[in-house]
Ligand binder design. Structure first.
Ligand code: ZN
Length: 586
């Protein structure tokens, strides 16, 4: 942790959880808590709850939970320190940093970004003015990437030499090595990583340079593209080329265009489609999609979607459901990429994006294309090709629409086709249940814990560990009893099930009614358990005593002195549960 603990605490205290959450979703007051539609899973009725006093949230639908810092991390995809910094900015708090540990990590990130920036400038100057870059400039101009574009995208040139960058950029070797711009070769000499390549600097969504994509000139050695490998500031699966420039246009259009390469992104922008991005040397990942959905709800794939393979379909449908995005396909003319089209036929490029179709429509049309459907045999073959494609879609209503469409095109009875649709093969996709409900606590135990969380002074003297049998409820009780608040209790605990239960308790409702009945019912439950174990041991006098107490505790009329007497007995003999489960303390 780079930020002083004390400052993190100040940020937590200064943050109004309800106000913070309201920046992202609507909250409605229900009793003591606030509820709204969960931002972390798709839902129609609100199960996302906020406890404003404790600054905690919990979703009854997907199990998402945490405090203000967790919320900002999750919703804005920031790391811990980034989230604290965001909240500190909001609250007008100036943070102080330790110089140890991850604190170094933060300032280290900055040194590495600075090293990248120096390299971006150096390579860019080289492309603009160095004689050895003449061929590269000519190649770029030939593809329509003139000086203005080269400057805008800060494109560079890595000369055909061993160590020009290392010797001239003015950054230490260790830092260059850390960002994968320099390496030690086999003879232990310092060497540049990129050589004889056009370099496209890759920026993160904030605009910090984090990597390079290097393209070889036609006829040059090695693979066509060579990209930075992963470094402390660069994770392929999380960075999209062009997002730093495109995010405004993506928000404006509620749509992102995903291309395959750097020149495609630039080509799109050249024809007025400034909302294009590209993964860098990897296919589109779930992290990428999550990142894009922060800015827009439609994703248009502008690459050869057939080549993405059948497996891609299942992933795209899953993401559609999970992130409520529409994945569409731009039908590019065969064999043409957006970079070429921007140069040769800008209208066709714009049209293909405008006329994008849903992913399933695209697959459907592809499967049907070129099929001879004039003969009965041809129709059967066409149905066999198209139906498996339809079957991949997880939504039955969508599937049926396409089945009817297919029936129409083949002049067949839809029921015939429905019978042949083998949906068994499709992958059911649902919102992932992030955390299984962990606790087996009884209703009475839950009520008591809830009261302890929200109305501590009304119940704490009438509760005891021996009243709880469920192990998770026991550890939750211990934490709550020992802490000043639910939040404090959560911080004391490592066990994930207990943490989960505590978060849930923090947003659950309690009424204002007297608590005596709830306590009495829990005490009776515990007495019942004790009676069972006493009966097994044959302690007759103790069994009589228990029976006497059970008779005298008859809610709704509760005599608290009897309840407290029972509590004393339980403290003396109670072990939580008859089989010894939960007898884990001390
Ligand atoms: Zn949720």
């Amino acid at each position: 942790m780079g930020i002083l603990d004390e400052d993190i605490q100040r940020v937590r205290e200064a943050t109004d959880m309800v106000a913070l959450v309201t920046e992202h979703l609507q909250l409605k007051r229900v009793g003591r808590r606030w509820t709204g539609l969960c931002p972390f899973h798709t839902e129609k009725s609100p199960s996302f709850s906020v406890n404003g006093e404790e600054g905690l949230y919990y979703c009854f639908g997907c199990g998402a939970k945490g405090d203000a810092i967790t919320f900002v991390r999750e919703i804005e995809h920031l790391d811990f320190a980034g989230a604290v910094e965001r909240l500190a900015g909001r609250a007008g708090i100036t943070l102080r940093y330790t110089t140890q540990g991850e604190g170094e990590g933060r300032s280290r990130k900055k040194t590495l970004v600075d090293a990248m920036e120096a390299a971006v400038v150096w390579y860019h100057e080289r492309l603009l003015s160095s004689p050895d870059a003449a061929e590269a400039r000519k190649y770029l101009r030939g593809r329509g990437l003139d000086g203005e574009i080269v400057r805008q995208y800060r494109i560079g040139w890595a000369p055909d030499d061993w160590d020009l960058l290392v010797r001239n950029v003015g950054i230490g070797f260790d830092r260059l090595e850390a960002v994968n711009l320099a390496m030690l070769n086999k003879r232990n000499r310092r060497q540049d990583v990129f050589r004889n390549r056009i370099l496209f600097p890759i920026f993160d969504s904030q605009g910090d340079p984090v990597a390079f994509g290097g393209r070889v000139l036609p006829g040059g050695e090695g693979p066509k593209y060579r990209n930075s490998s992963e470094t402390p500031i660069y994770a392929k699966s999380k960075v999209l080329y062009g997002l730093n420039w495109a995010k405004g246009a993506i928000v404006e259009n509620d749509e992102a265009i995903v291309c395959e390469g750097y020149t495609d992104v630039i080509g799109m922008a050249r024809v007025g489609l400034g909302r294009a991005v590209a993964p860098c040397g990897t296919s589109l990942t779930e992290e990428h999609v999550r990142l894009l959905t922060r800015f827009g709800k439609r994703i248009v794939l502008a690459f050869d979607a057939d080549a993405a393979g059948d497996n891609a379909a299942a992933r795209f449908y899953e993401w559609e459901g999970k992130y409520e995005v529409d994945v569409r396909v731009a039908a590019l003319p065969p064999g043409q990429d957006p970079g070429d089209l921007a140069q040769n036929d800008p209208d066709a490029l714009r049209r293909s994006v405008e006329e994008s179709v849903p992913f399933l429509r695209f697959r459907f049309d592809r499967a049907l294309a070129g099929q001879d459907v004039s003969s009965p045999e041809g129709k059967a073959r066409a149905a066999d090709r198209v139906l498996p494609v339809i079957a991949e879609h997880p939504d039955e209503i969508v599937r049926d629409q396409y089945v009817m469409d297919l029936a129409d095109r083949l002049h067949l009875d839809p029921d015939r086709l429905r019978g042949r649709l083998k949906v068994g093969a499709r992958r059911e996709v649902e919102v992932v249940e992030r955390v299984a409900e962990p606790s087996q606590a009884s209703m009475r135990e839950m009520t008591a814990l809830r009261l302890l969380a929200h109305r501590r002074t009304d119940v704490e003297t009438h509760l005891d560990l021996s009243l709880f049998a469920d192990p998770v409820a026991r550890s939750a009780y211990r934490a709550l009893a020992g802490a000043g608040s639910v939040h404090e209790a959560i911080e004391m605990i490592d066990d994930p099930s207990t943490v989960h239960l505590l978060h849930r308790l923090s947003v659950e409702e309690v009424g204002d009614e007297p608590t005596a009945v709830d306590v009495a019912l829990l005490v009776k439950e515990a007495l019942g358990r004790l009676r069972q174990s006493v009966a097994r041991e044959g302690d007759i006098s103790l069994a009589h005593e228990i029976n006497g107490l059970l008779d005298r505790i008859q809610p709704p009329d509760v005599d608290m002195t009897v309840v407290d007497k029972a509590l004393e007995l339980l403290r003396a003999h109670g072990r939580g549960s008859p089989d010894g489960v939960g007898a884990d303390d001390d």
